[in-house]
Ligand binder design. Structure first.
Ligand SMILES: Nc1ncnc2c1ncn2[C@@H]1O[C@H](COP(=O)(O)OP(=O)(O)OP(=O)(O)O)[C@@H](O)[C@H]1O
Ligand SMILES: [Mg+2]
Length: 298
């Protein structure tokens, strides 16, 4: 659906994008992660044509981005972009019309999103009179009102209360389930881990990690915590890919490479004495993120 091919972008001496390749498929809900200044906003701006890349190409469905493709794209800019004095409904209708919706469809769609996002009692208030979180709901409605097939959202969750986070999450999931390609940036890794099947991590203008979160986890080291009532002799014969990382009190902490057999390690430990505790943990997304970002710097 959305394809970024080798995007480069500099601002003076600063290299913001250093060859970004990224594809987001229809029906995908992709979390776009990266430290401050990594290039997320710049990449998203290039994707929607707000900024031009110095080199590289953006295509949608394999074709250069034309007016029709732009009309089918919904974008939530980092700096937000509503008209503060315009009333909520009026503004959404205006934005939908800019994307070539008919007056009747625009009115109906604006009302539907106002309802869906819990803004019914603010329908005819100027945007500037709304709280920050409610302005953000309007901003989401503005990205959605023209029924886009591609959604590019720059930190849609920042500043939202937990209820609004739930609403935003539900809407994004629902849009992806309806076949929309959704990519959004965020620093809230736990939230992204719950919401997204796929992620892309960018660091210093390059994509350093990309893929299905479950598959990425399966392909990385796991941690096995064991408590046994026995001596340490068995540790001398750990199978390949298993290392002792440390101990906390009675608990042994082992690191298992992706191919290592956790069951075999647990069986060996049981041979040494009764097992008092066992816990096998995959890395959290935040750990994969740190590893990818630090590795990218090296
Ligand atoms: N208009 C600009 N003029 C000069 N430098 C810029 C401009 N826009 C971005 N940059 C620089 O490009 C780099 C990437 O910035 P970008 O805003 O894309 O990062 P980001 O990943 O969105 O960060 P954050 O998480 O803080 O939003 C940074 O070094 C930034 O200072
Ligand atoms: Mg940004």
């Amino acid at each position: 659906m959305l394809e970024l091919h080798g995007l480069h972008r500099r601002f003076g001496d600063v290299v913001a994008l250093d060859g970004v390749d990224l594809t987001v498929e229809a029906g995908e809900l992709c979390g776009f992660l990266g430290p401050n200044g990594a290039g997320k906003t710049t990449a998203m701006r290039c994707a929607v044509g707000v900024t031009e890349a110095d080199a590289g190409r953006v295509t949608i469905g394999g074709r250069a981005v034309d007016l029709e493709a732009r009309r089918r794209t919904g974008y939530m800019p980092e700096e937000r972009g509503l008209y503060p004095r315009m009333r909520v409904h009026e503004q959404l209708v205006y934005l939908a019309r800019l994307h070539a919706m008919s007056a009747a469809d625009a009115t109906a769609s604006a009302d539907a999103w106002i309802q869906r996002l819990g803004l019914a009692d603010r329908r005819d208030d100027p945007v500037e009179e709304l709280s920050l979180g409610n302005q953000q709901r309007v901003q989401l409605a503005a990205a959605l009102v023209h029924d886009p097939t591609l959604l590019v959202l720059d930190e849609p969750f920042s500043g939202l209360d937990p209820i609004a986070v739930d609403v935003m999450s539900d809407v994004l999931r629902e849009r992806a389930d309806a076949g929309v390609a959704v990519v959004f940036s965020s620093h809230q890794l736990d939230l992204v881990e719950d919401l997204c099947r796929t992620v892309a991590v960018i660091a210093a203008g390059r994509v350093v990690l990309r893929g299905d979160v479950r598959a990425l986890k399966r392909a990385s080291d796991r941690r096995l915590r064991l408590e046994i009532d026995g001596d340490d002799a068995w540790l001398a014969t750990l199978p390949p890919g298993v290392t002792l990382a440390g101990r906390r009190g009675e608990e042994l902490q082992l690191v298992l490479a992706p191919e290592a057999d956790a069951g075999a390690v647990i069986d060996a430990a049981r041979g040494a004495g009764p097992l008092l505790g066992v816990r096998l943990e995959e890395p959290k997304l935040s750990e994969l993120f740190r590893e990818a970002v630090n590795g990218g710097d090296a």
